[in-house]
Design a protein around this ligand. Structure first.
Ligand code: ACO
Ligand code: ZN
Length: 165
C-alpha cells in the first residue's frame, strides 16, 4: 500500500516514527510521564531501532508512542547470545486512553522486535503503582519477574515484566 507499515485501528492509526515526528513524541512523553529524556536519546533509538518506534495518530494528531530497543544478552546453552526487546517508553495522551491504542502500540512494537530484529523475548520496567500499565502488560501475557528497589528517581520500586516473543 502507499502507507507501508501503517496499522489502522478503530479511529486511530499506528505508523513508524520519522525524525520530524520527534517533537510530538517528546511532547507526549513530557505531559504523561515523569521519566523524560534528552532529544539525542530519542534520536539514538530512532536511528538504531526505528522500525520498532511507533506513533499513534487520531485525525492526524499524534496521541501516543512506543519506543523500543534491542539488547543482546547471554541466554542459555543452545544459543548463547539472545536478542531481547526492551520497551523503553510507551504513553498515550490522557484523553485518548481506553480505546485500544496502548495495546495496539505494544502489539506493533512486539511484532517488529520479533520479525524485524529477531528478538526472542521482551521486557520492561514499570512503577509498582502503575496499575493501568501493569494491567495492559498482563493482558498481553507479560509476567512480573522481579522487583528493582528504588529504580525511579523518586525512590519508587519497579517491576520487571517479561514475556516470550
Ligand atoms: N485500568 C485498568 N486496566 C487498564 C487501564 C486502566 N486504567 N488502562 C489500560 N488497561 C488494560 C485493560 O486490560 C485494557 O483492555 P480493555 O480496555 O479491553 O479492558 C488494556 O490495558 C488495553 O488498554 P488500551 O486502551 O490499549 O491502553 P491505553 O491506550 O489506555 O494506554 C497506557 C495504556 C499506555 C498505560 C496509558 O494508560 C498511559 O499512557 N499511561 C501513562 C503513561 C504510562 O504509564 N506509560 C507506561 C510506563 S512503563 C513503560 O513505559 C515501559
Ligand atoms: Zn527500561
Amino acid at each position: 500500500s502507499s502507507n507501508e507499515g501503517t496499522i489502522v485501528g478503530r479511529g486511530f492509526i499506528i505508523r513508524n516514527v520519522k525524525k520530524e515526528d520527534l517533537p510530538k513524541v517528546i511532547y507526549i512523553n513530557e505531559v504523561t510521564l515523569p521519566e523524560n529524556y534528552p532529544e539525542y536519546f530519542y534520536e539514538y533509538h530512532l536511528d538504531n531501532w526505528g522500525r520498532a518506534f511507533f506513533l499513534a495518530e487520531v485525525d492526524g494528531r499524534a496521541v501516543g508512542y512506543i519506543m523500543n530497543r534491542i539488547e543482546t544478552v547471554m541466554g542459555l546453552s543452545r544459543s548463547f547470545f539472545q536478542k531481547k526487546g526492551h520497551v523503553v517508553s510507551i504513553a498515550v495522551l490522557e484523553g485518548y486512553r481506553r480505546r485500544g491504542i496502548g495495546e495496539a502500540l505494544m502489539r506493533a512494537g512486539m511484532k517488529s522486535m520479533k520479525d524485524v530484529y529477531g528478538a526472542k523475548s521482551v521486557y520492561l520496567e514499570v512503577r509498582v503503582s502503575n496499575d493501568p500499565a501493569i494491567k495492559l502488560y498482563e493482558k498481553l501475557g507479560f509476567k512480573k519477574v522481579r522487583v528493582i528497589e528504588g529504580y525511579y528517581s523518586d525512590g519508587e520500586n519497579a517491576y520487571v515484566m517479561e514475556r516470550e516473543l
